[in-house]
Ligand binder design. Structure first.
Ligand SMILES: [Zn+2]
Length: 340
């Protein structure tokens, strides 16, 4: 597969407020996992002097230590908005708490939709029992992304959804999400990882807070039915068309040279899509069989989550008119696929 120039974060400095640029600070929550890397990086945007107005992006998981660390990091500054990139449990749960406390609005695209997942009762659905375990954690020792192809790893394992989150202020693409004397944050709608995923552009520093859309240490999970590969491709191209100098993912280190990164992500997914199409054309009819071939170099325990990623590609290929699925249920993990 195409190489992606992954970047690592040497030390998360849990609970500490770290000044990353003149207008950006970060506090990392101690919720490390295979899907959050070292943990959730909550960003504070604005000046650092007393009394300054700031916005907070992705307040993070409901951990007492993270609450305490955030309040200490905010200090005697005024929170004017609490922005959320999307409603996964490592991003949004503390948003209502912080907004209440600060008397500020929560801001986001909208609720996470509740969709029928035909695979949700499936025995093969990856669940907590299928968790590959800490040995497979792509940590600093393993180097980032060393599961060979982390895409899809854990679509339904740890990325549990915060269906309760409902932003007070709903923004759409191009809207100003938060503004103060020192900064303007503008919403950039980037569906794919989830349909309601938002990035936020900091105009004064030409940087973009990318949530889970683009991460420096791993590919992102695209898990149907809400995860959408076609939308993800379009959202990668949307970021590619911008001229951001820095990307700030919620997990891991910043991406200082976005262009080659975005090209590599696109190339990686296009290559995988071509492989899936070739597998169907060569007569493979089941996702299980395709995974055996496409992920031959990836540990067996990651094959089930890899199936979700193959499903995401198949959904797009069906939409493209290149693949058909048997039966009335539509594309599922156990459906039979054939070339058109
Ligand atoms: Zn997520």
């Amino acid at each position: 597969m195409t190489g992606i120039p992954f970047v690592t974060l040497a030390d998360p400095q849990y609970g500490q407020v770290v000044q990353l640029s003149p207008l950006v600070q970060r506090v990392v929550a101690e919720n490390p996992s295979k899907f959050t890397y070292h943990g959730t990086g909550t960003y504070l945007v604005g000046r650092s002097d007393a009394g300054a107005d700031i916005a907070v992006i992705d307040p993070g998981p409901a951990l007492d230590a993270h609450r305490t660390a955030l309040l200490a990091a905010i200090g005697n500054r005024r929170v004017i908005a609490v922005l959320v990139t999307h409603c996964h449990a490592d991003h949004s749960p503390l948003a209502p708490w912080l907004a209440d406390r600060a008397g500020a609005p929560t801001v986001g695209f909208g609720r996470h939709p509740r969709l029928d997942d035909p695979d949700s009762d499936d025995d093969d659905d990856p669940g907590p029992d299928d968790d590959p375990g800490p040995d497979d954690d792509p940590g600093p020792d393993d180097g980032p992304g060393t599961d060979g192809d982390g895409e899809g790893a854990g679509a339904a394992i740890e990325e549990s959804t915060d269906y309760d989150f409902d932003p007070l202020v709903r923004v759409t693409d191009g809207d100003v999400a938060a503004v103060a004397g020192a900064f303007t944050l503008r919403a950039v709608h980037t569906p794919g990882h989830t349909s309601n995923h938002m990035c936020y552009a900091l105009e004064q520093e030409r940087s973009l807070f990318t949530g889970d859309h683009i991460m420096g240490w791993s590919t992102t999970v695209i898990g149907p039915p809400d995860g959408d590969m076609r939308a993800y491709f379009e959202s990668l191209r949307k970021v590619q068309a911008r001229a951001d100098e820095v990307l700030w993912p919620t997990h891991g280190a910043p991406v200082g040279h976005p262009r080659p990164f975005l090209e590599a992500f696109l190339a990686h997914r296009l290559q995988r899509e071509a492989q899936v199409l070739a597998a169907v054309r060569s007569g493979q009819t089941s996702i299980a069989a395709m995974v055996e071939v496409l992920y031959a170099d990836v540990r067996m325990e990651l094959h089930k989550p890899a199936g979700r990623s193959v499903l995401a590609h198949l959904v797009k290929l069906i939409d493209d008119g290149l693949v058909a699925v048997d039966g009335d249920v539509g594309p599922t993990l156990k459906a039979i696929y054939r070339a058109v």
